[in-house]
Design a protein around this ligand. Structure first.
Ligand SMILES: Cc1cc2nc3c(=O)[nH]c(=O)nc-3n(C[C@H](O)[C@H](O)[C@H](O)COP(=O)(O)OP(=O)(O)OC[C@H]3O[C@@H](n4cnc5c(N)ncnc54)[C@H](O)[C@@H]3O)c2cc1C
Length: 391
């Protein structure tokens, strides 16, 4: 038994990109269906990014959704440490725009509430076998299975928000996309712990490797520890994690707390372009990946869907398609600026740490770059603009 229905836009993936896009379209009266392979409970507890940057805050304000979706204090400072000695960097600007410590989990939960519970948006969880129909000729459509039933949604536009391993980008025939990538050669152990950040968020270089502590709500924080690409979470016992944190932060007074989750994240940068093919548009991690050092992955996804939502509304409501046709050309320069910033942050923070990584010369050169950040108002201003997401 199979059913067929129609809508304007089908979005594959209910992460930060897919849910934000669906909420914007729903707000503008554009019909859309979101297909998600996980169930709602899983999406609600998935922890990841921690900061919506200033550009993202302005975007939600522009769509009239900031009060409903954003919570958390203003993101103002980062404590950059080398071998335990810290200097606090102000992420503030004179234009009044600031990012928010609103975790991705909090944002996603607020989006689910706003989209489904308040605006009666159509999000279908637990779907399998999603197949994109985007060939020349027939109307675009997406096939999927839910509760054992095969379904088809015919539509005008399909948006792939299903991240790096999803089906959307994979549906594009070979030879259409160009992929440019860079492997940094190391990974982070991302550890969620039951203890809050006291003081400023920390980005720390140490002779023993990179360490960061970033807020994830009032009771929790995320530690990142540089580790080998071949490491598995099981290689890191709780005792080893806390010993490394104390060692890399040069602080013996830190006490062990519960470790709620740990995963190994390889650091890499990837851009697939163009970000569109026929009636399929890619957004977020489906189109690009950045190392988490610059905290830009979710913010790049938000930028994509802001541009795309505006273009889709023009196309569906006013039959004006030029913004949609130039979607990829519009967002790629922004993608590359943020790639450059994320790579700069990643190299600087890791090279200035353990000299076993890239040698004494790169360590000292990277420390000089950090010094410049604090000593040069122009360098500080540029860095602050990137951190805030206004560059
Ligand atoms: C440990 C970690 C820390 C991070 N820290 C930061 C940070 O500090 N700041 C920052 O900005 N970014 C950070 N990021 C990156 C950020 O989380 C991502 O860039 C962001 O989630 C991208 O959003 P997205 O919607 O494109 O993808 P996702 O949030 O991954 O959503 C994709 C969705 O698609 C669904 N899906 C996949 N395949 C299918 C399919 N076949 N059918 C249907 N649905 C499918 C998935 O289940 C998922 O719900 C971090 C990432 C990790 C892993």
């Amino acid at each position: 038994m199979s059913s067929t229905e129609e809508t304007s836009v089908v979005i594959v993936g209910a992460g930060a990109a897919g849910l934000t896009l669906a909420t914007f379209l729903q707000t503008a009266g554009v019909a859309c269906v979101v297909l998600e392979r996980r169930d709602r409970a899983f999406i609600e507890v998935r922890q990841r990014a921690g900061v919506v940057d200033a550009r993202g805050v302005r975007m939600f304000e522009r769509w009239g959704l900031a009060d409903q979706l954003l919570a958390g204090p203003v993101a103002q400072t980062i404590d950059y440490r080398i071998n335990g000695v810290g200097r606090v960097f102000e992420i503030t600007g004179d234009d009044g725009s600031e990012g928010r410590f609103c975790t991705q989990q909090m944002l996603v939960n607020n989006l689910l509430r706003e989209l489904i519970d308040t605006r009666e948006g159509d999000v279908r969880f637990g779907v399998t076998d999603v197949m994109i129909g985007n060939e020349d000729g027939p109307r675009p459509h997406v096939r999927y299975v839910q509760d054992g039933q095969a379904n088809t949604v015919a539509c005008d536009h399909i948006v792939g928000c299903d991240a790096d391993r999803g089906v959307s980008r994979a549906s594009i025939p070979p030879g259409i996309l160009t992929t440019i990538s860079h492997e940094f050669g190391y990974a982070w152990l991302a550890v969620l712990v039951e203890t809050p950040v006291v003081g400023h968020p920390i980005m720390g270089a140490s002779d023993h490797g990179f360490v960061a502590q970033l807020p994830r709500g009032p009771q929790r924080s995320r530690y990142y520890l540089q580790c080998a690409l071949s490491d598995e979470p099981g290689d890191w016992s709780n005792e080893r994690i806390w010993n490394e944190i104390r060692l890399r932060l040069h602080n013996d007074t830190i006490t062990n707390a519960a470790v709620l989750d740990k995963e190994v994240v390889p650091l890499r940068s990837v851009v697939h372009s163009p970000m569109q093919y026929r009636n399929l548009y890619l957004a977020g991690d489906a189109a690009h990946l950045v190392p988490p050092t610059g905290a830009k992955g979710m913010n790049m996804a938000l930028y994509d869907v802001d541009v795309l939502a505006t273009a889709l509304v023009s196309a569906v409501r006013d039959a004006e398609t030029s913004a949609l046709e130039s979607y990829s050309d519009t967002v790629l320069p922004h993608t590359w600026r943020y790639q450059e910033f994320s790579a700069w942050m990643t190299d600087t923070m890791h090279d200035s740490g353990d000299p076993a990584l890239h040698g004494d010369f790169r360590q000292m050169a990277a420390r000089a770059r950090l010094d410049e950040l604090f000593d040069s108002p122009a360098a500080a201003r540029l860095h602050s603009d990137y951190q805030r997401g206004v560059a």
